[in-house]
Each structure stands twice: as C-alpha cells, then as structure tokens.
Design a protein around this ligand. Structure first.
Ligand SMILES: Cc1ncc(COP(=O)(O)O)c(C=O)c1O
Length: 402
C-alpha cells in the first residue's frame, strides 16, 4: 500500500513519544512517577455533573446523533456562558457556535475554512504542538514568529525589538490566511493583553485574514485579567475565529468538549466539514456542557483559584530550588523552563529526566524551531501536596552524559 508522503514527515505526537519511554515501567509508592507531561485537571468533574451524566447514559435517546452543529438548547447555554464571561458579547448567539470534538477539532475546522495546502499561517512560538502537526498534515506552511520570554524585555528571540503584532505583520504575504494565537498560552502560560489582541485583530482586519484565538484556558486567567473585547465589535466575525475547550473548564477532557465560535455564515460553511469529519459532538458531551454552563460558574472559579495557588507554590519552590533550570514563563497549567545543559537537546533532557528522575515533561522542540534548550512542565496535573516533591526531583538529577 502506498502511504501519504506528507504524513511520513509529521513527527510522532510528543506525548505519545514521551509516554513510550516509560511504558511497562513500574514505580514504588515511595517514589511515584511525576507526570508533568499532559495538561489534565487533576480533579474530577463536579459531583452534580457526574450524577447527571450517570442518569443520561441510561436514556436511549442520548445514544443518538444530534444536528451537526449541536443541539440548539446546548448552544443557547454556551452563548449565555460567553455573554457572562466576555464583556460586550451580547450579540453572540447559538448561530455562532458549532460544538466540536474538543478544541482540537475546532482548530481543524478553522484551518479548513480559511486555508488550503500551500497557504501560510502565522503562528506564535512556542506554539501548541498539535497546531503545528495539524498545519503540517494539511500541507499549510507554519510561519513561526517567536515570542519574548527568557530574553530581555522588549527583545524578541528572533532578534527584532518590535511588538508581537509588528513582528507578525512583517511576515504577512499574499499566501497568509490566518494568525494563530493561544492565550493563555500552551506551553508558556503567557496571557496576551487585551490591547495586544485588539492590535492583532486590527492587523487581521487590515489584511483580510483570520485571527484564530485558541482560548482553551480562558477559565484560568489570572485574577483581574479580563478576556478580550473582540465579541463587542459589530463585525467581529469578519476576521475573528474563537476556539473553546470545555474539556479544561469542566474537567471533561475525555468527553472531547470543544466549540468553534465564529460568524454565523462561517458556521454554516463549517458544517460541510463537520458532517463529513465527525457528524456531531456526542450528545452526552453536549448535554454535559449545557449542564456545566448552567450550574458550574462557582465550581469553575473555585478550581481556577486552586490552580493559581498551585501555580504560585510551584513557581516559588522552583525558583528557590538549586537545580540550574530557569523558569522563563508560567501561567495556567504550565511552566516553560530553560534546562541547564546547552550541549543537550530538549528531547535528550526530557528522556534523561524520565529515566533518572522518574519525571516526565515535554521537550522544547515539540513547540517550534530553535527551542531545544527548553522544557514544558504541566504542573496542572499535580496535587497541591505533591508540588514540593516534584520540584525536588530537579535538584537531585545529575547532568546527562556525552
Ligand atoms: C492550546 C490547546 N488547544 C487545544 C487543546 C485541545 O483541547 P481539547 O481537549 O478540547 O481538544 C489543548 C489541550 O491541551 C491545548 O492546550
């Protein structure tokens, strides 16, 4: 059988690769595996939600397809959630929403709506690795624009000193179809300010391309930080596409709870892709999202606050410990660190930590070019009480040999 040459060139998913290193290994209760590999809330869905879902699975109707975009009553609840959380989103309605198999599939919908093989998409790096993999799989060229993190303030890693928006605008060509930004960022936790997002939207508008904001972690913004005001603009749908993950918000990652939010006409176009790709998000997931939107604002805020406390504990212990790793950036779920061994790649260091510190993380290379000196640590998986032991593992590991 002949295989797609393009797929041959796409790397193995990094989490799969890292978990492959420890397959079959066992760990003693005295020294358990520290898993800083994947961003999964460490807590279960709310009890009320679990009880509701338990009842749902006994109902035969729940096993049946829904309309491609999702049930109207669910999308009405999602729109109401957005109106509560995004100032000025009054005009957002069910027509702007297509429920998807996680934010992951929403990204595919967005890409397929705006770009074709051979086109370019500008992506801020460090970038979410699945975005890079999706672009490569579709033959769309990622144009990486590096963000400032470890370097001096105002100076970008690619040498320029201009704003993120100016760096991005300088890379726009007639083939550019979209600008992709993840905020809060995976892998760095960095939050783009509302002013920066406004500037990026204005840039997308000027060039008539899409600004695709992946806001998977929007329920975990720092206190007092408002999300952007783009939904406030009368013509926001002309150049803005939003990707949502209720998987993180309601701890439903395995139920694949995402959404594409865009101009109503674009949503109608997206259904051509949706129908042939997945038909619809599972009905059980849809009903769970609606229940979460209706009942869980306080539960979400409580968990976001405990995630902030875990962040603060992790960062202060990590900075105080003597291990040579440098904390460059952090935020919801993630810390982005520079490892102390410039002669070693991120892949080598991540493997070394897996084998000698019983700790799994992701190598910088997974997040874009030129990032071999970095690791992503997903501390969102840790229980608060396990943070100190996790940080200690970094202090006890010897440099890799060779
Ligand atoms: C930035 C970003 N986008 C999308 C996803 C995927 O989300 P979902 O599980 O909803 O597909 C993740 C998951 O880690 C993520 O970090």
């Amino acid at each position: 059988m002949q295989l797609s040459a393009r797929i041959e060139q796409v790397g193995t998913p990094p989490i799969t690769a890292v978990k492959g290193w420890i397959k079959g290994r066992t760990y003693s209760p005295a020294r358990p595996l520290v898993d800083l590999c994947q961003a999964i809330p460490d807590y279960p869905p709310a009890r009320g939600l679990r009880q509701y879902m338990q009842k749902l699975v006994t109902q035969p109707q729940v096993a049946v397809y829904t309309p491609d975009e999702g049930l109207e009553e669910v999308r009405v609840e999602v729109a109401a959630w957005y109106r509560r959380h995004y100032a000025g989103a009054e005009a957002l309605s069910a027509e702007n929403i297509c429920l998807s198999i996680g934010a992951s599939q929403a990204f595919w919908l967005a890409l397929l709506l705006v770009a074709e093989s051979g086109d370019e998409v500008i992506i801020q790096t460090p970038a979410y690795f699945d975005h890079l993999m999706a672009l490569e799989t579709l033959g769309i060229t990622p144009i990486c624009v590096a963000d400032t993190l470890c370097e001096e303030p105002g100076k970008r890693r690619d040498g320029g000193a201009e704003s993120l928006c100016a760096s991005i605008e300088a890379r726009i060509t007639p083939r550019t179809r979209a600008i992709v930004i993840v905020t809060p960022s995976n892998p760095t936790g960095k939050v783009q300010s509302t002013a920066e997002i406004e500037e990026l939207y204005a840039c997308a508008h000027r060039h008539n391309i899409a600004l695709v904001l992946d806001e998977t972690y929007n329920a975990f913004l720092p206190p007092g930080q408002a999300p952007h005001h783009l939904f406030n603009k009368p013509d926001w749908g002309r150049n803005f596409i939003h990707l949502a993950s209720f998987g993180k918000t309601f701890a439903l990652t395995g139920y694949r709870a995402g959404a594409l939010i865009a101009d109503a006409e674009l949503i109608q176009r997206a259904l051509k892709i949706q129908d042939s790709m997945v038909v619809c998000q599972p009905r059980l997931t849809q009903l769970a999202i609606a229940w979460g939107c209706r009942h869980l604002d306080a539960w979400v805020e409580h968990n976001a606050e405990s995630m902030r406390q875990r962040h603060d504990a992790f960062c202060s212990l990590f900075k105080a410990a003597e291990h040579g790793f440098e904390l460059c950036s952090s935020g919801a779920f993630f810390a982005w660190v520079k490892h102390p061994w410039p002669q070693a790649s991120g892949w080598q260091v991540a493997r070394h930590l897996a084998e000698h510190a019983d700790l799994i993380s992701l190598p910088g290379e997974a997040f874009g070019p030129g990032l071999h000196q970095y690791l992503r640590l997903a501390f969102g998986n840790l229980k608060h009480e396990d943070v100190a032991a996790a940080v200690e593992r970094f202090t006890r590991v010897l440099p890799p040999r060779g």
